[in-house]
Design a protein. Structure first.
Length: 481
């Protein structure tokens, strides 16, 4: 039974509490229990070892003097050796360097801990040769991408300033394939960001570019080749998509044709470095922070495939295939399985690789979390994680600053690398790989593949061999020793 009595307005809250507690009949002060004190904190982990670059999610449990679990307690996480392993406010440990680090969680002055042992990155897969880089071109003007038309041995390279160059027979041609420099803005993260050849390029001569115009807005355009196979018809431009950008950063840039023959476009959240995307990446009402899927087979403009996930959803843009990205700078389909791999550039701390298995729809309708989450961590503590697909792999900014997504190797020159997904970091320029299928395992470091420069992109030729493109103007092929 609850006792209710009138409370004079002039009596203080302290006095009210003193009067009311003993005044409720049998419900005296003896029934008011003090909070149970924390007597012990236990820290647990699914594994107490991790390779450099791996993350381990720890959990902490508070118990009373009798061993009962105490719910609702908060924990302060700390690491004794931040140079070996860091720990987030939610207990996510990231291995930084070889050694041991004691990770502790404290609640109400009581601390529990465990030791995480960090091992070095594993060697390349057993039996793998020691691949190396072969420089095939230099002196380009900030190249951002490399690709080839189907069944074509030429390489086409997109430069940030708006020029597409051609490597033919191992030589960089003096004449550009296409020069859009007079209509491309190269400020900040803008420029000629993407290039894709139609699956029927050999007969149709159609190719597509993704660039930032002089007003700072995104354009995706269709062009055609001229009578000279090494020169495009610059007058053939036909608009496919225009997106007005709110800022000069996070414009995305990747375009490609999927295994289904449809056209995929990557767009970032359009935000500058303040990190506030105004909810765009989580909104289905705009195209930002998304991968789009459209049909460009008609020869002009585009149509929306009927099986896109948000067709018929009120208020949603039907072009959206996947969403919740900050800046999906580079993504690719595994030509062996059809799985989609996405490198999404992080903000303050986490860079991530997302995998969308073909068997699960290759990303159809999937929300990858930004800006509610960065990596597998909430941007704001206590965020709603429901309906979000977490990264396959992530690393923090002790290892780099901006992920450069790559490709699953499906070439023939280095058979032992089959099924390895290669990726890099723009700032640190290292090259690593993970297993593309099943559990990725710890990343494999490939020091011989680091070009010693900013890695702007990977490239894949018509035969499935891989290339690395650098901001300093170099183009390198991954070859066996």
């Amino acid at each position: 039974m609850r006792c209710r009595r009138p409370i004079p307005g002039s009596i203080s809250l302290t006095l009210i509490a003193t009067i009311l507690l003993p005044a409720c009949g049998d419900d005296g002060p003896g029934d008011i229990q003090a909070p149970v004190a924390v007597a012990k904190v236990e820290v647990a982990a699914p594994a107490t070892t991790a390779a450099v670059g791996q993350s381990v999610q720890l959990t902490a449990t508070a118990r009373d003097a009798e061993g009962n679990v105490l719910s609702g307690r908060t924990f302060d996480w700390a690491t004794a050796e931040p140079s070996v392993a860091t720990v987030s406010e939610t207990g996510l440990v990231t291995a930084v360097a070889e050694g041991q680090a004691e990770i502790s969680a404290t609640a109400e002055g009581v601390t529990g801990s465990l030791v995480i042992t960090v091992s070095p990155l594993p060697p390349p897969p057993p039996g793998a040769p020691n691949p190396k880089l072969q420089e095939i071109a230099s002196g380009l003007a900030f190249p951002l991408y490399l690709t080839s038309p189907p069944d074509d041995d030429r390489l086409f390279i997109a430069e940030k300033g708006g020029v597409i160059r051609v490597i033919k027979g191992g030589a960089l041609l003096a004449q550009p394939f296409l020069d859009l420099s007079s209509q491309v803005s190269g400020r900040a993260e803008q420029g000629l960001l993407g290039l894709a050849f139609a699956p029927d390029y050999a007969t149709s001569g159609r190719f597509f570019v993704h660039y930032t115009d002089l007003d700072g807005n995104t354009r995706v355009s269709l062009f055609r080749v001229s009578d000279d196979p090494d020169r495009a018809d610059a007058s053939s431009e036909s608009a496919v998509l225009r997106v007005d950008q709110p800022g000069p950063a996070h414009n995305g840039g990747q375009i490609l044709f999927g295994p289904d023959g449809l056209f995929y476009i990557g767009l970032g959240d359009g935000t500058s470095r303040d990190g506030n995307d105004q909810g765009r990446a989580q909104s289905l009402g705009d195209l930002f922070g998304s991968i789009l899927r459209i049909d460009v087979s008609s020869g002009s403009g585009y149509t929306v495939p009927a099986d896109n996930p948000f067709v018929g959803t009120a208020g949603a843009r039907p072009e959206i295939w996947s969403y919740g990205f900050r800046n999906p700078w580079r993504f690719s389909f595994d030509r062996g399985t059809g799985d989609l791999f996405i490198g999404d550039v992080g903000e303050q701390r986490w860079e991530e690789i997302d995998r969308a298995p073909a068997a699960d729809g290759a990303g159809r309708g999937v929300n990858y979390g930004w800006s509610r989450m960065e990596g597998n961590q909430c941007v704001v503590e206590g965020c709603d994680r429901s309906g979000i697909t977490l990264p396959l792999v992530q690393y923090d900014h002790t290892e780099g600053c901006a992920i450069t997504g790559g490709y699953v190797y499906r070439g023939v020159a280095i058979p032992a690398l089959q099924g390895q997904y290669f990726y890099s970091d723009f700032c640190d320029g290292w090259v690593k790989s993970i297993r593309a299928a099943g559990e990725p395992g710890p990343p494999v470091d490939w020091p011989a593949l680091s070009p010693g420069d900013n890695v702007t992109s990977f490239g894949e030729d018509a035969a499935g061999e891989l290339y690395i493109v650098t901001g300093g103007g170099g183009v390198f092929k991954i070859v066996p020793q």
